[in-house]
Each structure stands twice: as structure tokens, then as C-alpha cells.
Design a protein around this ligand. Structure first.
Ligand SMILES: Cc1ncc(COP(=O)(O)O)c(C=O)c1O
Length: 437
């Protein structure tokens, strides 16, 4: 019997996502097993999952309550769609999520962060149309932003490499400048300088007419672009400018949702009220794919003016509110609550910050950034761009820590269950690799 814990003979059929596949095949790192904050590779090598399954497994791996909930659901209702019919567990999951989000009354279910972003952008456009403002067609994103890889998210995203192969995307997407400023290097938490960069939105409103802008979307903390927190006051300023012009503010909380910042959502930590929020990843602890868009009552109401026999939004996925995902989401929320996962994150934030910044004098380190249980160490480039990041990633893996290389930086987002000992162990491995000892 194949228990799928060996390196397969065929590494060719699977066209892997975002992967340099020829390099991968030379030395395939293949994960066979997970538990808590650890992964085991097929050869038995144990590593700390310093990426939390790519910013996702906030409660750690293989939590027994989540596993059991998925198993039970698969055995009772494996699948039913939600197009003009429903199943109870999707409604329960929605109520629980809305309760956690506090400022929102509705959630639209998707299957991923990318779908959540495209859904949010479409809701924004349709909202304005429903209110007789169909001229609002401009979507504002930001340099270095990552909003997934579907057409809308890619259009408002700001990572050129991700767009280069695809030509023109959404024709009316414009971008603000990013907020990664050299004068903020080695900031602890939110950097001091740069709130003025939010005025770029004001300039775009002047250039294009604020009344033509539908929405602005930003990650509260930039993740895949290299982990950088917003300058102090930046998000508040964006909110003000949006209000001046009737622009919807969408916060992409696919990474920052579900406790990464010590509260359920980053916008709660920052005291910001967005109009739409995208989520995924930690929503089900990444066990079953699921994403979603939170919407305020005001947004939802705009869609309830048409004939009752017509869908109020011509949008949806076969798997929107899939029973297995809904079961996983409910169990995940139970675990977050009962096991005090967000509280643990809040308690560990200063420990995490201290550990990261203790590496500031290591050779080649030019910046260290952190917020919540997120962090990045930036190196000066050595040779080809990305070579130093990649080499560091490989050395760390060998010593038992998995991180995410992003250009010449490494990013970390471990499960929010980490203890002081875990942070110390991560710090020890980082120190040994970075200091070459
Ligand atoms: C902020 C943000 N938005 C959207 C996405 C896309 O999510 P997915 O990979 O589930 O499509 C990601 C993925 O990392 C993300 O970080």
C-alpha cells in the first residue's frame, strides 16, 4: 500500500504552484507528516514550520478537534451546494465568523484568498452600480502588494514578477506607492515614518476624480511582498480619504486574520473600520480550502433593492460554503476560543519581537521587520538577486527551521501556539545560520 510518505517516482505530472520546478526536482523537500509546530520530511528530517503552512495554520498542525470535525462532516453530508438551497452548517459558520468580526454583518464564502479578493472587488463595483454610481470603476492597489493571483487581485497587486507573463489585466487599476522606507529600517512594530504616503490616494482622487474610484485595497501588513507593517497613522489616513470621496476601503486580511496580530483581525488591533474584509487561510487553519469576504450591512442593503426572484449578486462558486470547509471553520473557531490562541499570540508578540531584533548585528542583515507574530529579516544582496535569501532558507531547513524566502529576505509566520521555548529554538537556529556558527 502507498501511504504517500515516500518520494514519488513521478515528479513531473504535478505542475507545481510558484515553483522553480527544475531546481525542486534536484533536491525535493517533501513533507510527509505534521504535528503542532513541526513538519517531518519523507526522510524523517524534522523542521519547525516557521511559515505556519504559508501564514495559515494558526492553531498548529493536526489539531484533533478540527480533524475530528472534518471527518464527522464528511461522513454525514459530504457536499451540497448553496445556490438557491442551503445546508445548515454553512449558515452556522457564517454566524460564527460574523460574530468574531464584530463590525460586519455578512460573509460571502469563497475557496481561497485569491477568490476572496476578486469577490470583494466585484462586490465593490456592483455596490456602486446598485447605487446608481456605475461610473466608479477605478480600483486602487499598491506597489509590492499581494492580493492573490486571479485577474482582479493580480491587477491591484504590485509585484511585477507575478504580472509579467500576463499582459493587460483589469484596465482601470492604479497603484499607490509602497510604504517600505529605508529610514524605517529596524523599526520595532509599526514604523514611525511614512503616514504621508496615504496621501497618494488623495492625489489619485485628484488625478482621476474621486467620484470615479470604486475602492482601494491594501493588506494591513504587507505579507508576501516582504512583511512590512504600515507606518503609524497610515491606515487611519487612508480611511479618512476614502470617506471624503465615497471610496470603499477593502482590507485584505488573508494573512493578518485570525489572531496574527493578537486580536481576531488586524483592523481591530488598528482600530480601523473597513467596508469589506477578505479572509482565508487561518479561517479553517488551512485544513480545508476556504475564503470569504466580510461586508457591512450598508453594503449588503444596496443589493436588496431589485426583484426578489433574481439573485442579488451574480457571483458564486460551486463550493461557496462547502460543508467540509464550514465544519472545519467552526471547529477552528472553537479551538481559537477554547485554547486561547489569539491571547497566546498577544503574549508572545514581545518575545517574538525581541528574538528577531537580537539578530540585528548578524553579518549581512540590513533590516528586520515585525508585527504581531510576523517577521522578516532582510539581507543585502550577494550575487544574483534572491541568492542570499534562497541560500539562507536552505541552511535553515538543514538545521530544522522552515522559512519563506522572499527575494533576499526570509519571512516567518509560525503557528500562534508557539511558546517561549519555541521562540528561543527558532532564535537559536537563526543565530547559528546568520552568524555562521
Ligand atoms: C494578502 C493575501 N491576499 C490573498 C492571498 C491569496 O490567497 P490564496 O493563495 O488562498 O489564493 C494571499 C496569499 O498568500 C495573501 O497573502
Amino acid at each position: 500500500m502507498n501511504d504517500h510518505t515516500n518520494v514519488p517516482n513521478d515528479l513531473d505530472s504535478f505542475w507545481m504552484p510558484f515553483t522553480a520546478s527544475r531546481g525542486f526536482k534536484q533536491n525535493p523537500r517533501m513533507i510527509a507528516k505534521a504535528d503542532g509546530i513541526y513538519y517531518w520530511a519523507v526522510d524523517g528530517h524534522k523542521v519547525i514550520d516557521g511559515t505556519g503552512g504559508l501564514w495559515s495554520c494558526n492553531a498548529g498542525h493536526n489539531n484533533p478537534r478540527i480533524v475530528e470535525a472534518i471527518q464527522k462532516q464528511a461522513a454525514s453530508l459530504d457536499f451540497a451546494h448553496n445556490f438557491n438551497q442551503g445546508h445548515p452548517i454553512a449558515f452556522t459558520a457564517a454566524s460564527r465568523l460574523v460574530e468574531l468580526a464584530r463590525d460586519f454583518d455578512h460573509i460571502f464564502f469563497t475557496n481561497s484568498g485569491s477568490e476572496a479578493v476578486d469577490t470583494a472587488l466585484k462586490i465593490a463595483l456592483a455596490y456602486h452600480s446598485a447605487r446608481g454610481e456605475g461610473h466608479r470603476r477605478i480600483l486602487v492597489g499598491r506597489q509590492k502588494a499581494y492580493h492573490g493571483i486571479n485577474f482582479g487581485g493580480l491587477s491591484v497587486g504590485g509585484i511585477g514578477l507575478n504580472k509579467g507573463q500576463f499582459g493587460t489585466l483589469y484596465p482601470s487599476a492604479v497603484h499607490m506607492r509602497h510604504t517600505l522606507l529605508p529610514e524605517n529600517a529596524f523599526s520595532r512594530g509599526l514604523p514611525e515614518h511614512g503616514a504621508y504616503l496615504a496621501d497618494e490616494l488623495q492625489q489619485l482622487a485628484e488625478t482621476h476624480g474621486g467620484h470615479n474610484i470604486a475602492a482601494v485595497i491594501v493588506e494591513p501588513i504587507v505579507g508576501a511582498g516582504g512583511v512590512f507593517p504600515p507606518p503609524q497613522g497610515y491606515l487611519q489616513r487612508l480611511r479618512e480619504i476614502c470617506d471624503q470621496h465615497g471610496i470603499l476601503l477593502i482590507l485584505d486580511e488573508v494573512i493578518t486574520g485570525f489572531g496574527r496580530m493578537g486580536e481576531a483581525f488586524a483592523h481591530q488591533s488598528f482600530g480601523i473600520k473597513p467596508d469589506l474584509v477578505t479572509i482565508a487561510k487561518g479561517m479553517t487553519n488551512a485544513t480545508v480550502p476556504m475564503g470569504g469576504v466580510f461586508a457591512t450591512q450598508a453594503i449588503r442593503d444596496a443589493f436588496l433593492q431589485g426583484p426578489e426572484t433574481m439573485p442579488d449578486l451574480f457571483h458564486g462558486y460551486t463550493y461557496s460554503g462547502h460543508p467540509l470547509a464550514a465544519a472545519a471553520a467552526i471547529a477552528t473557531l472553537d479551538v481559537y476560543r477554547d485554547e486561547g490562541i489569539f491571547e497566546n499570540a498577544a503574549n508572545m508578540m514581545p518575545v517574538w519581537e525581541d528574538m528577531l531584533h537580537s539578530l540585528r548585528d548578524a553579518p549581512g542583515v540590513v533590516d528586520i521587520r515585525n508585527a504581531g507574530i510576523l517577521g522578516a529579516i532582510q539581507f543585502g544582496s550577494e550575487g544574483a538577486v534572491g541568492a542570499k535569501g534562497r541560500a539562507t532558507y536552505e541552511k535553515l531547513w538543514d538545521l530544522g527551521l522552515s522559512v519563506r524566502p522572499i527575494g533576499d529576505s526570509i519571512a516567518m509566520s509560525p503557528p500562534l501556539t508557539i511558546t517561549e521555548n519555541d521562540v528561543a529554538e527558532i532564535g537559536d537556529i537563526l543565530g547559528r545560520v546568520l552568524r555562521g556558527k
